[in-house]
Design a protein around this ligand. Sequence first.
Ligand code: GLU
Length: 565
Amino acid sequence: MCGIIGYVGSRPCKELLLEGLKRLEYRGYDSAGVALLEEDGLHYVRAVGNLENLKRAAASNGSRVTHGLGHTRWATHGTVTEANAHPLTGCSERELAVALNGIVENYRELKESLLADGHTFSSETDAEVVIHLVERHYDGDLADAVRAAYDELEGHFSFVVIHRAHPDLLVGARCQTPLVVGVGEGETFLASSIAAFLPETRRVQFIEDGDVVSITPAGATFQSADGTTGDPDIVEVDWDEESAEKGGYETFMLKEIYEQADSVRETIGDRVRHGELVLEALEMTDEQIRNLRRIVIVACGTAYHAGVVGRYIIEEWARIPVEPDIASEWIYRNPVLSKDTLVIGISQSGETRDTVNAVKLARELGARTLAITNLMGTQITREAETVLYTRCGMEVGVAASKTFTAQAALLSLVALKLAQVRKTLPPEEIEFTLNQLYELPRKIDEFLDADHPIEEIAQRFYDKPFFLYLGRHIGLAVALEGALKLKEISYIPTEAYSAGEMKHGPIALLEEGTPVVVVATDIHVYDKIVSNIQEVRARGAHVIAVATDGNEDIQHHADDVIYVP
Ligand code: GLU
């Protein structure tokens, strides 16, 4: 999910668009483009790489144009090329174009029908179907055509359309992805973030999911799904540029924690279609999957902890032995591999040296290789035979948050795919689990929107000299990651341990009041966790449990409880 900015007004807009894209730069992007409406129709400038390349390419274009659309792309479907950079055109290049953020999940079906209708495609993106749909429905009224197209789309996206026949109009819509109107004096903006137009105007109108919004220099009109027109209040924002970049959050990390639902939603996206699993990008035949004897997951830091999550779910569901390993250790160990081993390398950036080297080594030693990463075109994607992408957009925070949950979600899909082919889970259970995964983003949002005693607990314990994190089974992976986060951002010495191992050493670290965070969700080892909590409390430690909503039993054992869905 990247950046959109559109402008209608009386000022030359090329610079405004480029400046707006610059302010969206913090979101990360791999290519960018602008569409400028000149007398003979739309003209495009697109460039791969940073905005300087776009600026240079656009130097001689449309300096007097007052109507245009810009985009920074974070590729999710289709490689990073100029042809895939937005704005994307329909069949008639000079007539109309779209810039889209997010993912159109049903693009395969739509593309088939459009191709059958004679439409020709010029990019590999999911987004291009949108402009062909608008083209198909267009009958003189752009807002009507956008509405008809919107109604056919499934996914999480926002988009803006520009049309040559409407020189003072831009039409956009959103579905679970930001899009906002900026109201100026005789000029109007339509952008994916307030940051894009903040120096030009602080007056904004928020758009609801399902609204089709049309902007002209005089302002915006809103048409909701039931055909009624709305007129949302104009809100004056008092953000400075820095907090606008962070969407109003105090830090990028907090913003990214709140972006987890989107990241998981986009990562699962079109890979789960109506209860069915679509994971073609795994590129393994059923026979290769059936013949797998072993999986090794190599990664560093947070990605390694996602790998530990992967171990529990893949072993449980697909009945294949899985060894998560730290890349920097594994590569120097002369690893034992064969061609029936799959080595999965996980790296958010795709450039983590040890993980890239591990994947390279695995390939040289004859194993199958799969990379999981958040960035197209990176080193790991060139070393691995196959690549699956998390779709988190840029993660600015060095302490990873949204990419961890997205990696875990993606590994769940891989585990289910393996289980499906190997018939180690009944189809009903696969369907049930897929539906649960599909529900996950909503549950993440519900959790983040609700009140929890987290801040109050932090106030009580922030100056403690030591924290212990405990968990078992998948809760161990979560405890390891939680402890890493606490160390990394608060500099408090923190240890994470398998709760069952605690009595063999770490228990000696506990004293009166030591905070111990215990992952005590409702899984089959819950009773064992409760016994461990009792051991901890017998030493006077203070237990902060993370438990499943509705579990009242935990109240008898823990001092503080944070409930999760
Ligand atoms: N899914 C679209 C693409 O890959 C848009 C990605 C974005 O949000 O930048 O082109």
